[in-house]
Design a binder for this molecule. Structure first.
Ligand code: ZN
Length: 344
């Protein structure tokens, strides 16, 4: 059986960005993701909703993003399967998947998981910074996964969605990692030993994730790095720390780059930003606005930086994409079908 292009040691490496953000507005132009493609990215998971976004907002966002992906078949491909990602990588296109940041859009119904799966959601975490009825969030009182949370984790495993633990509280994340039917991972979270923000994760979380076969993807947001300007060397420092601790085959990248929203209305009217991004945790009055983040254009610099820091080619390829490719291939349902009009 021929090797998929992502495994070709002579071809370009597959770059997998486990999480970035478009404005959560159906009017957002996803053409801006061309920057990811031009930086050599093969797959990016984009957020389509967080705990503070109502389903009535999330569904039109999904509809709009899907329509726009399908209208640009020379640049983009809607990623439902690993086969889609391999096809995009082989043809110089960007495969785009969707993720949810928080369980509140599930409306306390585990049976909403397969519904969102059918809409294209391929990864989810259960709480966005704050506790909810399912799970604890990282900026709230530490709490275990609830009974409903256990049922949601079960449903996520059954659907074949990636179980993410970013933004999640300490105890809940450890419960999720222990009970998830498939290996849970962190799509964008940095070691707290490097930078002490509560949004970053402890060695206990890192070790537990790795012990069950998960991947920890380094976050490019400056406030979670030692360099608030999100310089490449600070990202490489996080990769070094993780590679030393759990080995390079369980480390990945989730830039968390937020494309400029151009004044769009991506949050519900009257949202309490101080609740979701608390001032006592160092956030300003405008929440995440003005926070610096690593740009997609830094991806080639990260690859080059790994080379300079002595990582061999197989480890560089693993960190930049293959580790997440392997994890997703083991979690997502099999299949190589592509949508009409997406053939090379
Ligand atoms: Zn996030």
């Amino acid at each position: 059986m021929p090797q998929p292009p992502s495994r070709n040691p002579d071809g370009p490496p597959l770059i997998w960005d486990a999480h970035s953000c478009l404005p959560l507005d159906p009017a957002a132009d996803i053409g801006m993701l061309e920057r990811h493609r031009l930086a050599g990215t093969g797959f990016v998971s984009v957020n389509v909703g967080m705990d503070m976004n109502p389903v009535a907002q999330i569904l039109p966002v999904i509809a709009s993003f899907r329509r726009q992906i399908e209208a640009a078949p020379d640049q983009f491909l809607f990623a439902r399967t690993i086969g889609d990602i391999d096809l995009a990588h082989a043809t110089g296109r960007l495969a785009i998947g969707f993720d949810l940041e928080g369980a509140m859009p599930l409306l306390e119904r585990p049976d909403m998981v397969p519904v969102f799966f059918d809409l294209g959601i391929r990864q989810i975490h259960l709480a966005y910074n704050r506790n909810n009825s399912v799970s604890g969030g990282c900026y709230d009182e530490d709490m275990p996964l609830t009974a409903l949370g256990h049922r949601v984790v079960e449903a996520i495993g059954l659907a074949g969605m990636l179980m993410d633990c970013s933004h999640t509280g300490h105890r809940s994340s450890l419960d999720i990692i222990e009970h998830s039917p498939s290996p849970a991972f962190f799509s964008h979270a940095n070691p707290r030993a490097i930078q002490g923000d509560l949004r970053n994760i402890t060695d206990e979380q890192i070790d537990a994730c790795a012990a069950r076969g998960g991947v920890v993807c380094v976050n490019g947001i400056g406030r979670f790095l030692t360099d608030h300007a999100a310089g490449t060397s600070a990202i490489l420092d996080c990769i070094d720390y993780l590679a030393d601790r759990i080995g390079p085959r369980q480390v990945g990248l989730g830039l968390d780059y937020a494309y400029p929203d151009d004044g769009m209305n991506e949050f519900p009217f009257g949202i309490d930003r101080n609740y979701w991004w608390p001032a006592e945790q160092g956030y300003g009055v405008s929440g995440l606005q003005g926070v610096k983040c690593a740009r997609p254009e830094q991806i080639p610099e990260i690859l080059e930086g790994l080379d300079k820091r002595g990582y061999g080619d197989p480890d560089r390829r693993a960190i930049m994409g293959l580790n997440m490719h392997t994890l997703a291939a083991s979690v997502w349902p099999e299949g190589t079908a592509t949508l009409p009009g997406q053939a090379p």
